[in-house]
Design a protein around this ligand. Structure first.
Ligand code: ADP
Ligand code: MG
Length: 335
């Protein structure tokens, strides 16, 4: 009997990455972190070199009718900055490779570069190269380099049983903003949510502060959704967790608009993507210091759960005390 070969839809993006990780192992002694974290880390003298790359593809990650080229330029860099932020690193240089259809007006491109430059100036990073090619759809890939102090960096691994689980900002706004953009309904009053989707603000300063002050044991940025990114952190740390649903930080706008799109008030906050907030674990003795950080940086940081032994898996505790293990974690390519 012929066994049917598995396709990408069956194994999903993360199934594929796990296989790549087994096929190719890196062994250079200077490599601190290879596949399996938000960025790769290489030891260079007393410092650590951070390298990350992210791709944006037209009609997969963005649609030209919703996002203008200026916003697209900013966002292409922002999503990479967020990965450097999740390690507590300082972003420095980037290269950009672009695939473009030949009928694209030059003005699209000049606006895109203006957006890119604005974001680069804001975060003091410099464009040092790239590549350009013809493509069927706009394809943007940035490779961002950063640096950090080896002893300060935070990884997805490192969470310990008994640690608290914290998240910055509010969750679900960007995913709800996207839903509103995609819908045919009214958007008036929802501009703040739409803005969160179109112009995410990477938490670079916060990530560096958390790392420098050794507040956390592990950290990841929430790019694919709270549940899926929590599960990555848990997997790499070899632990489980409990999240209290009613502690998940929701913005006023989210609470106002969510009911037009879902009966579950937490749906987008749990499994919507593109928040680009920081999710981290910390020993309970850090609670006071983290609270004073929230105050001084003026960025909300909320304790949303606690780390459990690995056999417990990932649980959500609902407001009524009911406990469940989510079956659908969030967005995954190919699935
Ligand atoms: P993030 O969401 O933080 O950008 P990803 O989920 O995209 O992270 O990637 C997780 C890990 O898998 C990272 O270490 C990344 O470098 C690695 N990775 C992703 N795609 C590939 C690939 N095609 N080949 C090798 N490594 C990959
Ligand atoms: Mg990431």
């Amino acid at each position: 009997m012929k066994i049917k070969e598995k396709n990408l839809q069956q194994i999903g993006e993360f199934g594929l990455i796990n296989r790549i990780r087994k096929w190719i192992t890196a062994s250079d002694p200077a490599l601190i972190q290879g596949i399996g974290d938000d960025v790769a880390v290489i030891e260079v003298g007393t410092k650590a070199l951070l390298i990350t790359t992210d791709i944006l593809i037209e009609d997969i990650h963005f649609n030209k009718s919703w996002i203008d080229p200026f916003q697209l330029g900013k966002k292409a860099l922002a999503v990479n900055l967020s990965d450097i932020a999740s390690m507590g690193g300082a972003p420095k240089y980037f290269l950009i490779s672009i695939g473009l259809p030949k009928n694209l007006p030059l003005s699209f491109f000049s606006s895109f570069y203006r957006g890119l430059k604005k974001e680069a100036n804001q975060f003091r990073v410099e464009l040092i190269g790239g590549d350009t090619s013809l493509a069927q759809k706009i394809t943007i890939n940035i490779c961002l380099l950063g640096e950090g102090k080896k002893s300060d960096l935070l990884f997805r691994k490192g969470a310990k049983v008994g640690n608290d689980l914290f998240v910055s900002g509010t969750l679900g706004d960007a995913a709800l903003g996207l839903k509103i953009l995609q819908g045919k309904g009214k958007t008036k009053g929802a501009e703040g949510l739409i803005q969160k989707h179109l112009s995410p603000r990477p938490r670079v300063e916060l990530g560096q502060a958390i790392a420098k002050h050794h507040l956390a044991t592990a950290m990841i940025d929430v790019s694919d959704g709270l549940l899926i990114d929590t599960s990555h952190l848990l997997e790499e740390s070899g632990v489980g967790a409990r999240i209290w649903e009613d502690q998940i930080p929701l913005s006023g706008l989210y609470q106002k608009w969510i009911h037009s799109f879902s009966r579950d008030s937490f749906q987008f906050a749990l499994s919507g993507g593109e928040d680009y907030e920081l999710l981290f674990t910390a020993p309970s003795k850090m609670r006071k210091r983290i609270a004073s950080f929230t105050h001084s940086l003026k960025i909300p940081i909320t304790r949303i759960g606690e780390i459990l032994p690995q056999k417990e898996g990932l649980h959500i505790i609902k407001k009524n005390g009911k406990d469940y293990s989510p079956s659908h974690l969030g967005f995954e390519h190919f699935k």
